[in-house]
Design a protein around this ligand. Structure first.
Ligand code: ZN
Length: 744
């Protein structure tokens, strides 16, 4: 035939040959040749498409496998892990009592995806052989022969995934892994990724576990719910669908159960009896074909009428303490943050997405240790919900918002409350961690005083003139800036008096911070806040005077960041990361994450202590802005903050064992009513005072790098013999002022 003729020619001569042939042929023959040509081209194109697609796929696969670090990863199938594959959030009791087994750790929360899940572990030897056989027949007929992967089925499944379809194709080993990891991306690249991961895990798992181990695990964790009930494992399913123990199932029931597995919601014997029956018959046929049942058993099972009970009261349950589980209710403010952080840590550790990490968290059987002080958490929640603690601002409309956070001096959050009202939902918006509001003057110790003192630009008793600096405004005009908050009543409220640094801070005058920022430059102060103190919400727009001097930040900041930054004033200048989770242990008792004890030395130990002493004056001076927070037994350093037009009030308190802070304001940035003046320091004290008074320590320890000395109140220098008016000051050993000559 012509076709063969063309095909047998060498490619380089092909075109010429066709042309020659064309001239001699009749019309019909020409059409035939053209058709052949078209078909040839089509075939060639198809071939190329397959080759190209295949190459792309192999390349992607290779790149993926080369980059995929965990090819050695196996999955734990032990009962303790799988049957209680529920993560627990715990806190280690600081008052550990060796004689009391409950005192070591305290269960806070089961990270349980679905508290209604029904499951009950059963060992393989108790599961009838025909139940095991029915599953092998239905799901993975070569299960006993393969090494974890049935490659023929797997590649067909991958091809289907590429085409956007979903197809099982997984062996029992792979399904087991999917169920344990909770990873279930089906389509596209993520679907292929999961499949490849599954292949490696399956092969590795088969090296570690016997077929019996794998089948036992599989039959205990497979999802068999009908869409209404979340049913896991053959025991719970036998209970639910047949009102029987799995040991009592006959061959027909076993086949009906195995028939359900492919798509439990649409193939279960209770709600989809017809569909189930059809697939059950297929399963029985397969069992017969594989020789796991006799002809007689097959016929008997085919004719058997199934009795489906669908008992919603059935008894199967998770291994979790039922009472605790039922009573755990909503997560508290702390737990929401701990869950977020735990997912983040797992995602970082395993190099997986946050979504994957969350799934893993809920199914992985982790023990997650948190830093919460559960009594403090409960106490602060209670105080925050008590309107009398906010009485002056408390309005009948209940719209005043507030949040509170307490952190220890290694960055461990002890308590956090995201709103003043009762928490009504899981993962509710938390103003302390997610809100961005203006800190007002609370920025001053961290934005200007601390970095300035660290570079010896000021001492405790430096005299600073209460005068503005000159800056250029947006229109390019030079202007005097900043005004002080109404202190004297004239234009800028500038007194032009020399005022001690500690007084400037205690009275919260704006001029001293502005002069310090001018000396250091706004960029320096911005970098200090961002790099040394981890203030996370800063933007380039904040490289300017107003943001770093008086807290006019472009986006505001999180109370958590603000309070976290203040930890340097209570712990010798060390900035630790602020965290909720201290340790994560996986189901093999291996530590997945442990909080590092690393920190940044943001300012020197001596700067931190002198700053602390200055901030104590904010509380103890009769005109100190934080005087209403004063405690009886415990020394307190702190700072108030008011944003422009009274939209935000903040107070951060530094006590010997904790740094804590409160914020109040309205969602729509309305002015906070000041008709019944209640200092924000008083609100902090209402909420945290009891805790602060009973802290383990009542004062800070002065380091050897700090000198306590009398200074002359005329010059701010060390008091000389003839200085008549003196006061006590605190100085860095490396930057003690000169002695006053007494000529004043
Ligand atoms: Zn003097």
């Amino acid at each position: 035939m012509d076709n063969n003729n063309i095909a047998s020619n060498k490619p380089k001569r092909k075109t010429t040959q066709i042309k020659k042939v064309k001239k001699k042929r009749s019309t019909g023959a020409v059409i035939a040749i053209r058709s052949a040509k078209v078909i040839g081209t089509l075939l060639l194109s198809l071939f190329l498409i397959i080759v190209i697609t295949g190459s792309i796929f192999v390349t992607v696969l290779t790149i993926y496998v080369l980059n995929f670090a965990n090819v050695d990863e196996t999955i734990t199938l032990d009962r303790a892990v799988v049957s209680s594959n529920i993560s627990k959030f715990l806190y280690e009791n600081p008052n550990y009592d060796a004689d009391d087994p409950d005192s070591e750790e305290y269960l806070l929360y089961y990270a349980l995806k679905n508290p209604g899940r029904k499951a009950q572990w059963i060992d393989l030897e108790e599961i009838p052989q025909h139940v095991q056989d029915a599953y092998i027949a239905a799901e993975d007929e070569r299960f006993m022969q393969h090494d974890g992967v049935d490659f023929l089925r797997t590649f067909s499944a991958i091809a289907n995934t590429l085409l956007g379809r979903t197809q099982g194709g997984s062996t029992i080993t792979m399904q087991t892994i999917k169920n344990i990891t909770g990873e279930d991306e089906q389509r596209g690249v993520e679907g292929i990724e999961r499949k490849i991961k599954e292949i490696f895990r399956a092969i590795n798992t088969e090296k570690v576990y016997t077929k019996e181990d794998i089948l036992q695990c599989y039959l205990n964790i497979i999802g068999l719910g009908d869409g209404q009930q979340d049913i896991v494992g053959v025991q719970a399913a036998a209970n639910y669908y047949f009102g029987k123990d799995v040991t009592e199932l006959d061959i027909a029931e076993a086949a009906a159960l195995a028939a359900t597995t492919k798509s439990p919601a649409t193939l279960n014997p209770l709600n989809s009896a017809e569909e189930n029956k059809y697939r059950k018959e297929w399963v029985l046929g397969k069992m017969l074909e594989l020789g796991s049942i006799t002809d007689a058993e097959y016929v008997h099972a085919l004719n058997e009428e199934l009795k489906i009970t669908g008992d919603p009261e059935f008894q199967s349950r998770t291994d979790v303490d039922e009472e605790e589980l039922n009573n755990q209710g909503l997560t508290d403010w702390f737990m929401d943050e701990a869950i977020d952080e735990a997912a983040l840590r797992i995602s970082e550790k395993k190099g997986i997405s946050l979504t994957d990490a969350r799934a893993e968290l809920y199914n992985g059987g982790y023990d997650i240790y948190t830093s919460v002080d559960i009594n403090m958490q409960k106490k602060i929640e209670k105080e925050m919900q008590d309107p009398s603690n906010f009485q002056a601002y408390y309005l009948a409309d209940d719209e005043l918002l507030s949040c509170f956070i307490c952190i220890d001096y290694e960055g461990n959050v002890k308590a956090v409350v995201g709103k003043r009202t009762e928490k009504k939902d899981w993962d509710e918006f938390n103003i302390a961690t997610d809100g961005t509001r203006s800190p007002g003057s609370c920025i001053k110790p961290i934005g200007s005083y601390a970095p300035a003192m660290d570079q010896d630009l000021i001492t405790y008793s430096s005299l600073i003139n209460d005068k503005p600096i000159e800056i250029t405004d947006e229109e390019g005009q030079k202007m005097k800036w900043p005004v002080n908050y109404s202190e004297y009543g004239d234009d800028g409220n500038w007194s032009y008096n020399d005022i001690f640094a500690w007084q400037m801070l205690a009275r919260s005058l704006n001029t001293a911070p502005a002069q310090l920022v001018e000396k250091m430059t706004p960029a320096y102060c911005y970098n200090f806040l961002k790099e040394k103190l981890d203030v996370s919400t800063l933007t380039e727009d904040d490289i300017n005077y107003s943001p770093v001097t008086v807290g006019g930040l472009s986006q505001g900041l999180h109370l958590q960041d603000l309070v976290g930054a203040y930890m340097i004033f209570g712990n010798g200048g060390k900035k630790y990361e602020v965290t909720y989770v201290t340790k994560i242990v996986d189901s093999n008792d291996e530590i997945v994450y442990e909080k590092s004890d690393g920190y940044k030395q943001a300012i020197s130990e001596s700067t931190a202590y002198v700053m602390n002493k200055m901030m104590q004056k904010v509380i103890t001076e009769s005109n100190g802005t934080g005087r209403y927070a004063k405690l009886n037994k415990t020394v307190l350093a702190g700072k108030t903050g008011t944003s422009s037009e009274w939209k935000d009030l903040s107070f951060v308190g530094v006590t010997p064992d904790y740094v804590s802070g409160v914020w109040i304001g309205y969602e729509l940035l309305e002015k906070i009513p000041t008709t019944q003046y209640q200092n924000i320091g008083a609100i902090w004290k209402n909420i945290f005072g009891d805790i602060a008074e009973t802290e383990p320590h009542h004062d800070f320890t002065m380091p050897e790098t700090v000198v306590q000395a009398k200074y002359c109140t005329k010059t701010g220098l060390l008091a000389g013999n003839s200085c008549t008016s003196t006061d006590i000051g605190y100085y860095k050993q490396t930057n003690v002022p000169a002695t006053c000559s007494g000529w004043h």
